[in-house]
Design a protein around this ligand. Structure first.
Ligand SMILES: [Zn+2]
Ligand SMILES: [Zn+2]
Length: 336
């Protein structure tokens, strides 16, 4: 499918569960007030997109133009051509969380590409305050800032640093990002996953030597007292509950992934540790900035994170296979 001139553009659309297709839509010509037009450079695909494709995402209307991990170039104005990262979390600005500086957990948050049409297309209009300059990054690196910011936010929430021993359960992209930023913060980082393939990739590509599998006798030897922070990035309620006994006295659990089910724990175990359980949702501008600074400083092996780059035109024939193979991929990037 070819773009016809400048007034139409090709969009990647989840038409209904199980169907991903290209569709020609109007190309935005003028940004609404307070918005800027962004010519999309690269789009990351993540678990959320696969959930939308598989019909597993709650509160979502089809058809939906997906794409929330976005980089692009400002399309107009005096700084046209400047590379930016898109923060896809559209907050209301007026609820209690927004007023208190936490737009990442706005009561009526809308995420581009999830609750509203996203950026898997040539051009999109975005509120100006959601665009962050990305000088010094490549377009591909800039498209990976959002998913890394989720891990960076979780690490900031925990306050972990030098002298802390942390465990990240779930070595998918979000868990890897969390592990990378916990290490940058100075913590001793351990990773746990069911998949030996994922753990081997974490060791080979990112140098995480301390890896564990569920069921291992982890609390022995040097690790007998457990971990100061256990980050959960599994998206699995049983795994979250299995993580509670691994928390050291005085330590905490940070729930990075979200599950539908209730989770339970024994208060006596929780209480005797004087433990904390905190949630971590999305990310703040400070997290995006922290990620960009780390990438500029060469502290994130972004080349190893990008498993594949797929042109949008090829995505319809590949989407189902990518969804199927996602345990063997870290980050797939799409170019419009
Ligand atoms: Zn994502
Ligand atoms: Zn709000």
């Amino acid at each position: 499918m070819k773009d016809r001139g400048q007034d139409r553009m090709t969009c990647g659309v989840c038409v209904e569960p199980g169907t991903f297709a290209l569709d020609l839509r109007a190309r935005p010509q003028q940004a609404p007030a307070g918005h800027r037009l962004v010519d999309i450079a690269a789009i990351g695909i993540c678990g959320t997109d696969f959930h939308i494709f598989e019909g597993k995402h709650p509160f979502l209307n089809y058809p939906r133009v997906i794409g929330h991990e976005l980089s692009g170039y400002l399309a107009d104005g005096p700084d046209a051509g400047r590379l930016v990262v898109v923060n896809p979390y559209l907050s209301c600005g007026s609820c209690r969380a927004c007023r208190r500086g936490k737009p990442n957990c706005c009561r009526s948050i809308a995420v581009l590409g999830v609750h509203t049409d996203g950026g898997m297309c040539a051009r999109i209009a975005v509120p100006e305050e959601n665009l962050y300059p990305a000088e010094g990054l490549t377009p591909e690196q800039a498209a990976m800032v959002e998913f890394l910011a989720i891990g960076a936010h979780a690490v900031a929430r925990s306050g972990c640093g030098a002298g802390d021993r942390v465990l990240v359960t779930g070595a998918g992209p979000i868990g890897l990002g969390t592990a990378l930023f916990a290490r940058i913060a100075g913590a001793e980082v351990h990773l746990m996953d069911l998949s030996t393939k994922r753990l081997a990739a974490a060791t080979d590509l990112f140098g995480f030597a301390a890896t564990h599998q569920p069921g291992d006798d982890i609390l022995s030897g040097d690790l007998a007292e457990g971990f100061d922070v256990v980050f959960d990035a599994t998206g699995n309620a049983d795994a979250i509950e299995a993580g509670f006994p691994l928390v050291a006295h005085g330590g905490m659990t940070v729930l990075v992934s979200v599950v539908k089910e209730s989770i339970t724990f024994a208060d006596s175990e929780f209480h005797k540790r004087e433990s904390q359980i905190i949630g971590s949702r999305n990310a703040l501008r400070a997290d995006f900035d922290r990620v960009m600074a780390a990438i500029r400083a060469g502290e994130v092996a972004t080349g190893a994170l990008a498993s594949a780059v797929v042109p949008l035109a090829d995505l319809p024939t590949q989407f189902a296979a990518l969804a199927h193979d996602r345990d063997h991929l870290i980050k797939v990037l799409v170019t419009p």
